[in-house]
Structure formats: structure tokens, C-alpha cells
Design a protein around this ligand. Structure first.
Ligand code: PGA
Length: 262
């Protein structure tokens, strides 16, 4: 796991956009796994800016989002379908027919979840999966206790998550109870993972998933099993890490490490 500590959240979004654009440059028809929430917003703004300047094109890219609330119409302002279309897809040159989100309105949710996994596989699997992390250590809506081998399915949201997301709704009562989410196992199947965390509210979860034991109590800790994870943190999010000095030294040695890796 590569842990990169950057000066502030703007530097995190710039570096994240650099990594995403590099993936798209190397493979213009790549498959990206995308996330919602407050954290990736600035990264999406960077991608929109770069696309509008002609520095990158997403016209051949396929995307799969991590999750969607159950029961919210697509046009609901808090649906993740709406979030992605208004904050990214419609602002850059994405082919909307190739932008997939789980269907939280399907009559048969179990079948829709299996279909989503099949669609990802048919697209060739996810090349780069973007992730945030919840204050309780969740990734996507894989709440503490989620099976580390789980695939796309319906999950009940934890109270902490509903509390954290109440800021986007009028009140906690309006936050849905259920969501369709890619599983921890689905995320582990992606070829590269890019996790972003900013702000002191994430410091405990960041320390637990990077330096704690692998446990379903902290679903993000399963990423310790993945062979290609990059974590981008601002200083407040990194503030509880015990091996901070080591991660910073590794970054200083990065050029040498890359030469050895080739
Ligand atoms: P946030 O959510 O980016 O809004 O903090 C992250 C998450 O819950 O995964």
C-alpha cells in the first residue's frame, strides 16, 4: 500500500486527477470505478476542467459507480445517479450510455445486483477504483461487519453513516435505510485502488484501515490484501498514523523505488 501525505485537500484532488488522467491516457477505453460523497467532488471538478481544456477525453471510458440508495428516483437531488450526472458525467465528454450505477429502483434487487457484477465482468473488470472512506471505516456502503468477500448486494446503512449523510438531506429521517453497494470482494477485484481521505474526522478510520488488523469491523482494512492501493491523505486525515515518518521517507525514495520495480 502506498500512503501519500499531501499538504491539503486541494493537493489530494490534484494528485487524484493526475492518476485518473494518466490511466485514461494509457488506456483511453479503460473502465473506471467511481465514488460519490464530499471527498471526490474536488477531483471531479479537476477532471471537468482538464476535459474542457482538451487535456483528457473520457469519450471511450466506461464507468461503474460503487453504490446507490434504494428507493430514490434518479432525479432525486440526493440520488447518486443525480450526483454523478450533475457533478461529472454531463460536464465532461463521457458517453452516458457507458456510465453505469447500481439500480436502487429495480423490482428484483437481487437479480439487479447479480446483473451489475456481470456487467462489470463483461466490460473487462475495473482498471482503477476510486474510493472514499466513511468515519466508521466503510468503503462504498460496506458497513462494519460486511463480509470481506462480499459482492454487489443490498445493505442496511449504519446509523453513523445515516448521521454523516444527513447533511445532504433535510434531516436524518430522510436518509434512506438501504442501499445497493458493490461488495468488498468486488472492490478487491479491481486492478488498482485509489482511496482519498481528507479532514480530521477521517483520521481514526485512516489509522485503523492502514495500520490496524484486517477485520470486517473496518471494511477498508481488507485493502491491505490488495496488491495495488494508493492512499492520498491531507495532513489532518493522516494525523493519527504511527508510521507517518516512514510513509514520507518512502515518497522521497519513490523515484528509486520505481526504477527497481521496472
Ligand atoms: P464523504 O464520504 O466523502 O462524504 O466523506 C465518504 C464515504 O462515506 O465513503
Amino acid at each position: 500500500m502506498r500512503v501519500v501525505i499531501l499538504e491539503d485537500s486541494q493537493a489530494v484532488s490534484q494528485r487524484a486527477a493526475d492518476i485518473i488522467c494518466q490511466t485514461v491516457h494509457q488506456q483511453p477505453d479503460c473502465v473506471l470505478g467511481l465514488a460519490t460523497g464530499g471527498t471526490p467532488l474536488a477531483t471531479y471538478q479537476q477532471l471537468v476542467d482538464r476535459a474542457s481544456q482538451g487535456l483528457v477525453s473520457f469519450s471511450q471510458v466506461t464507468t461503474f459507480n460503487l453504490d446507490e440508495y434504494v428507493g430514490l428516483p434518479r432525479q432525486h437531488r440526493q440520488s447518486y445517479w443525480h450526483f454523478m450526472h450533475k457533478n461529472l458525467f454531463e460536464l465532461a465528454d463521457f458517453n452516458l450510455a457507458r456510465c453505469f450505477l447500481p439500480d436502487g429502483l429495480a423490482d428484483d434487487l437481487a437479480t439487479a445486483c447479480d446483473d451489475y457484477e456481470r456487467q462489470i465482468a463483461e466490460a473487462g473488470g475495473i482498471e482503477l477504483q476510486l474510493l472514499g472512506i466513511g468515519t466508521d471505516g466503510h468503503i462504498a456502503f460496506n458497513e462494519p461487519g460486511s463480509s470481506l468477500g462480499s459482492r454487489t448486494r443490498v445493505k442496511a446503512l449504519a446509523e453513523q453513516t445515516r448521521l454523516d449523510n444527513a447533511r445532504f438531506f433535510g434531516s436524518m429521517e430522510e436518509v434512506p435505510e438501504l442501499a445497493v453497494t458493490m461488495g468488498v470482494g468486488s472492490i478487491l477485484a479491481s486492478r488498482q485502488v485509489l482511496l482519498l481521505a481528507t479532514g480530521s474526522s477521517k483520521a481514526d478510520a485512516v489509522e485503523a484501515f492502514i495500520e490496524g488488523p484486517i477485520t470486517a469491523a473496518v471494511p477498508a482494512s481488507a485493502l491491505q490484501l490488495h496488491r495495488s492501493v494508493t492512499v492520498l491523505l491531507d495532513r489532518p486525515a493522516a494525523s493519527r498514523l504511527r508510521r507517518l515518518a516512514y510513509y514520507e521517507r518512502v515518497e522521497q525514495l519513490q523515484r528509486q523505488l520505481e526504477q527497481c520495480a521496472r
